[in-house]
Ligand binder design. Structure first.
Ligand code: ADP
Length: 572
């Protein structure tokens, strides 16, 4: 705007200078033409007066003057001329100035001479002897006078152009200065030109409106940002050219990247075959959903077009992590297969022995041992079903368990007493030691936990081995540690022993079990937000440490044991 104003002022003044110069030139030319006529007239009259007194004045003496002087007879013959030999000159009786001078006594005119390409002024006057005195001057002579004036005019014009340049600059600055200093926070106070007050008011109102709209958009953007970034699902928004205009934290996490992808093509983030296919065919058909595995996660992608008022604006890609869902499904399938297998084996054996008895194929002396086998397999089955029911009760939080205050050390001793027969069978030295820990919790859960750990500590121990239950407590946690000097667990199985139905292959044939004991231990630990750690060396023994937080679980000493309260297991 500043340069526009400047050029407008500058060129207007330049144009005015140019017009004035031309006008000045034309006027001055007309004036000088007029003056030249006057000079011509004065000169001619003076000369005529002199010639009237003395007709013999030699005109050649006046050769140096800028005028051409000719005397023409009444008949039109040149009598004398100050520049040319009169006898050599043409007949002049037909010349306009001569004809008219003879008619009116004097006459002035001008003519163009094509040969000389110049204009001539003529003044003719009749002398007292009847001859005509004609004086002429050429316009080239006049223009030679004007040339000086033109140069002056040009210099003046150049000077004025410089002045108008500087003036235009200063004027522009003076016009723009106050406009630039308008405070748009409150423009009404210092509007420099009252004429633009309505315009400034409108600009101010629009500025306010735009600011409000920008604030609203920013607010909405922030809300969108906060919401999408707190989503567990990944969300990618593309424009219709396939460029990323928004990508949330979860999506970046799935792609294991922290790079900035806004404004970049979707393919710079994901060049997988599925994505390329979506990218290439998005104008015609988009897949509803696809499932892929990315960075060890099973992800399900949902594609949607973003259409507003019938116009396609872009695409939204929602990414859902279905790893846990898939894993749960896999576990369910495995679990069902395992349960069926575990139930089928003892049942087949029961049916087999029962058939032998039914068909009286069994020898009488074997009947009681078959009966005993049927009973044992039945007990196994019952044990398995009890474990399964217990686990599903914990999983679903449906069972009601009693919360009570009890001394953990007593509970550990009770467990060892229950297992006394097995301990004796294997000559195991079993001890409970450590801090007295009063628990305000579910007796049954701690019983099951310790029972399973101690049962394993005996089952997988060596003859004459040791089993220790050590109870430890600090300010924030308490630990139940069950260590044995048994066969140990190989490194590769140490994580898997907590899986439901997992049993180390080499023990299956020789040692009785369901493969559910340690998964029950793990489930109970999770119920109280604890942790299980296993340290084991193949052939040397194992130490299972279960760490629980004291908070909400450890009772203060002195609270009477067996004070009970209702409790319902929750999912943890
Ligand atoms: P099981 O009913 O077979 O004992 P668990 O879930 O209690 O089922 O244990 C899973 C597997 O872990 C067992 O089959 C066994 O191979 C191994 N295991 C558990 N405790 C011990 C231990 N103290 N020493 C050696 N191996 C063990």
């Amino acid at each position: 705007m500043r340069s526009k104003i400047f050029y407008a002022i500058f060129f207007t003044s330049l144009l005015m200078i140019l017009c004035s110069a031309i006008l000045l030139f034309v006027i001055s030319q007309a004036l000088s033409f007029e003056r030249e006529y006057e000079h011509l007239e004065d000169f001619t009259h003076d000369l005529a007066a002199k010639l009237n007194v003395n007709p013999d004045i030699d005109l050649r003496l006046l050769d140096g003057s800028s005028y051409r002087i000719t005397i023409v007879s009444q008949k039109g013959h040149v009598i004398s001329d100050n520049r040319t030999d009169a006898s050599m000159m043409q007949y002049h009786g037909d010349r306009e100035e001569i004809v008219n001078a003879l008619k009116y006594g004097r006459f002035k005119t001008y003519r163009y001479s094509n040969t000389l390409d110049s204009r001539h002024l003529y003044y003719a006057i009749v002398l007292s002897d009847g001859n005509v005195l004609r004086v002429s001057v050429s316009s080239s002579t006049i223009f030679s006078h004007l040339a000086a004036a033109v140069i002056t005019i040009l210099i003046l014009a150049a000077l004025l152009a410089i002045i108008s340049y500087v003036g235009a600059k200063r004027l522009t600055y003076r016009i723009m200065g106050p406009l630039n200093s308008i405070d748009f926070q409150d423009p009404i106070i210092d509007v420099p030109y009252p004429e633009i007050r309505p315009l400034i008011s409108r600009i101010y109102a629009q500025k306010k409106q735009i600011n409000e709209q920008v604030d609203e958009i920013k607010k909405q953007h922030n809300e969108f940002f906060v919401i999408t970034n707190s989503m567990k699902e990944g969300l990618i928004i593309l424009n219709k050219n396939g460029k990323i205009i928004s990508i949330n934290k979860s999506a970046l996490k799935f792609y294991a990247t922290k790079e900035e992808f806004i404004g970049r093509s979707l393919l710079s983030l994901d060049r997988s075959e599925h994505m390329r296919s979506f990218f290439e065919h998005r104008d015609t058909v988009i897949p509803k959903s696809i499932e892929i595995t990315l960075n060890n996660r099973d992800l399900k992608y949902y594609f949607n077009e973003i259409v507003v008022n019938g116009e396609l604006l872009g695409y939204a890609i929602l990414i859902i992590n279905i790893t846990a869902q898939n894993l749960a499904q896999k576990h369910r399938q495995e679990f069902t297969a395992n349960v069926s297998h575990e139930l089928k084996t003892p049942l087949q054996s029961i049916i087999g022995y029962a058939e032998l008895l039914e068909n009286k194929i069994a020898k009488p002396e074997d009947v009681s041992s078959f009966g005993e086998k049927i009973k044992r397999q039945g007990q196994n089955l019952l044990h398995l079903i009890e474990d399964l029911l217990f686990l599903s009760a914990l999983d679903e939080g449906k069972a009601n368990f009693q919360t009570e205050v009890f001394l953990l050390n007593d509970l550990a001793r009770e467990v060892l007493e229950t297992l006394d027969m097995q301990i004796k069978e294997k000559n195991i030295t079993a001890t409970v030691r450590g801090d007295d820990i009063y628990i305000n919790g579910i007796y049954r859960l701690f019983y099951e936990l310790l029972y399973n750990l101690c049962d394993n500590g005996i089952k997988y121990n060596k003859d004459g081995g040791e089993l220790q239950v050590i109870l430890d407590q600090d300010e924030r946690h308490f630990v139940i540690r069950v260590s044995d000097t048994g066969i140990g667990i190989e490194k590769e199985f140490q994580e898997r022993v907590f899986e439901r139905f997992f049993r180390v292959e080499k023990n299956i044939a020789t040692i009785k079990g369901t493969g559910l004991g340690l998964s029950i231990v793990k489930r109970i630990t999770l119920y109280y937000k604890g942790k299980v750690k296993l340290k084991s060396f193949d052939g040397e023994g194992s130490v299972f440490s279960v760490i629980f937080p004291n908070k909400n679980l450890v009772a203060e000493k002195g609270i009477p044991s067996h004070e009970t309260a209702e409790g319902t297991p929750g999912d943890s």
